[in-house]
Design a protein around this ligand. Structure first.
Ligand code: ZN
Length: 421
C-alpha cells in the first residue's frame, strides 16, 4: 500500500481547510441558504448537477468529444461552491467513461484518484479520502469546508492567466525574448519564448525545444515548463553557462482556447493538437482553419529546424497512472542521446517511469492519425513525448505537487542541455 503515507499527509494538510466542528443540524440547518455552484471563471467546467439533498449532489463531468463526435474524454472539471461553510457536503462525481483512439476507454479514475480542493482558488490540496465505484462510474467524497467558498478541480488548475503573468515577468529579463508565432481558432496568441545569452552568436549553441498544453486538462505540463523556463532565466553562474551554450525555446501553451473555456483535450473545432501532425500541410489553408494550433507550432518548429537544427525537443503530456518517454527516433547518434537522457532522468530526477526504457514507438496510423513525434520521420527533429502521471509518484511517495513538477522541469531542462553537448 505504497500511497498510505500520501493519504496521511494529505489528511493533516486538509485539517487546515476542514473544520472539526459537527455540521449544523435541526433548526440551524433549516435556515441555511442553498449551496450554489459557480462556473463563471476561466477554465471552469461542470456538466449536469443533480440535487440529492440540501448538501448532497451528483455532478456529471462535462467531457469533450472530437469533431467526429468520438473520443469523449472526461478528465477535466473545475467549479466553485458557495454557502458551504461548516456544512457537510457530499459529492458524487460521475460520467467519467469515454473513448480513446476510437476505442472504449477505462474511466480516468480509480482507488488512487484524488481531486483537489482549495479555499482561495490558488492553493490546492488533494481530497484525503474518497470512494471509487467502477461499476457505477462514480467517485464519492464528503467535505466539511471551514470557509464559505470551496473550489474543486480534477488536478491543480494552471489557467492561461498564469501564462500571461509569466510572460509579463519574462519580458523584464534581459535573457529572454517572446515572439507571437500565430493565433488559435478564436484568435488568442500563441507564444514562443527564447532564452539565451543574446550577446553571443547562436551558431555555436545548441537548440533545445520544449512545449506544453497540447491537451487543455494536462496542467502538470505547464508547471513543468514554468519550472524549466524559470530555471534557465535565473541569474546564477550555472544558468549563465547554460545560456552561453544553448538557445532554449519554449511554447508554453498550445491549446489556449480550450484551457480558457474549460475544455478537456481537443481544440474548439474538435481536432486533437497531438494528432495529424503528418497530415497538417503548411501549404493547405484548410488545416490553418481547422487546427491553427498545430499549423503555427509546426511552422515554427520547421522554420527553426531549417535555420539551425533543433538538437532535442520535448513535448509534455499527462496521463492517469503511466509515466514514460516515447520517441520515433530510430537512428544514431540521436537515439543514443535520448537513451542517455532517459537514464539520467531516472537516476537524477523525480521521473518515475512505468516502462523500463525509452519507448521507441513507430508511427501507428491509427485514426485519427499521428502525434508530434512524427516530426522525426518527416523532418528529422529529435523529439520525445513525456507522459507524466497524475497518480502517486513512487519516488516522491505522493502525488506530485505543482512545486514537484516545477522542480522536475528545472532538472529535465538541465539534462537536455547535458545530453546535447
Ligand atoms: Zn496529452
Amino acid at each position: 500500500m505504497r500511497n498510505a503515507p500520501l493519504l496521511a499527509a494529505a489528511s493533516l494538510a486538509l485539517a487546515s481547510v476542514i473544520s472539526a466542528a459537527p455540521a449544523p443540524t435541526g433548526a440551524a440547518a433549516m435556515g441555511a441558504p442553498p449551496v450554489l455552484f459557480n462556473t463563471a471563471f476561466e477554465g471552469a467546467a461542470l456538466g449536469k448537477i443533480e440535487k440529492l439533498g440540501e448538501t448532497e449532489f451528483r455532478l456529471h463531468i462535462k467531457g469533450q468529444q472530437d469533431a467526429r463526435g468520438r473520443n469523449r474524454q472526461a478528465t477535466w472539471y473545475s467549479f466553485r461552491m458557495d454557502d458551504v461553510g461548516g456544512r457537510e457536503v457530499t459529492l458524487h462525481l460521475t460520467a467519467f467513461k469515454g473513448e480513446y483512439n476510437d476505442r472504449p476507454a477505462r474511466a480516468p479514475a480509480g482507488d488512487w484518484y484524488r481531486p483537489v480542493c482549495s479555499e482561495d482558488g490558488e492553493n490546492w490540496q488533494h481530497i484525503p479520502a474518497a470512494r471509487w465505484d467502477e461499476a457505477a462510474d462514480e467517485f464519492t467524497f464528503t467535505l466539511r469546508p471551514r470557509g464559505n467558498t470551496l473550489w474543486i478541480a480534477h488536478v491543480p488548475p494552471y489557467p492561461h492567466a498564469r501564462v500571461s503573468q509569466l510572460l509579463a515577468e519574462v519580458s523584464r529579463s534581459p535573457h529572454a525574448r517572446t515572439e507571437v508565432i500565430g493565433q488559435t481558432v478564436l484568435g488568442r496568441e500563441l507564444h514562443l519564448v527564447a532564452v539565451t545569452n543574446f550577446a553571443r552568436p547562436d551558431a555555436a549553441k545548441k537548440i533545445i525545444w520544449m512545449q506544453a498544453r497540447q491537451h487543455a486538462w494536462e496542467t502538470g505540463t505547464s508547471f513543468l515548463l514554468e519550472g524549466a523556463l524559470r530555471s534557465v532565466l535565473a541569474d546564477e553562474p550555472r544558468t549563465a553557462k547554460l545560456r552561453d551554450e544553448n538557445v532554449f525555446l519554449f511554447v508554453p501553451m498550445i491549446n489556449v482556447d480550450s484551457v480558457v473555456r474549460g475544455e478537456v483535450r481537443f481544440n474548439v473545432n474538435g481536432f486533437d493538437p497531438n494528432r495529424q501532425w503528418d497530415e497538417v500541410d503548411l501549404r493547405d489553408k484548410r488545416w490553418l482553419e481547422r487546427n491553427p494550433e498545430i499549423w503555427y507550432v509546426k511552422k515554427a518548429i520547421l522554420a527553426q529546424h531549417a535555420r539551425q537544427p533543433i538538437a532535442i525537443a520535448l513535448n509534455l503530456h499527462n496521463t492517469e497512472m503511466n509515466e514514460y518517454l516515447e520517441t520515433m527516433v530510430d537512428a544514431e547518434p540521436q537515439q543514443a542521446m535520448l537513451h542517455r537522457f532517459f537514464e539520467l532522468a531516472v537516476t537524477k530526477t523525480s521521473f518515475d517511469p512505468s516502462r523500463p526504457k525509452l519507448t521507441i514507438g513507430l508511427p501507428t496510423n491509427l485514426p485519427p492519425g499521428n502525434t508530434t513525434n512524427i516530426l522525426w520521420r518527416d523532418a528529422r527533429v529529435p523529439i520525445m513525448l513525456l507522459e507524466q502521471r497524475i497518480g502517486p509518484n513512487r519516488k516522491l511517495n505522493r502525488i506530485a505537487t505543482p512545486q514537484d513538477r516545477m522542480d522536475l522541469g528545472r532538472d529535465l531542462i538541465a539534462l537536455m542541455a547535458e545530453v546535447v553537448k
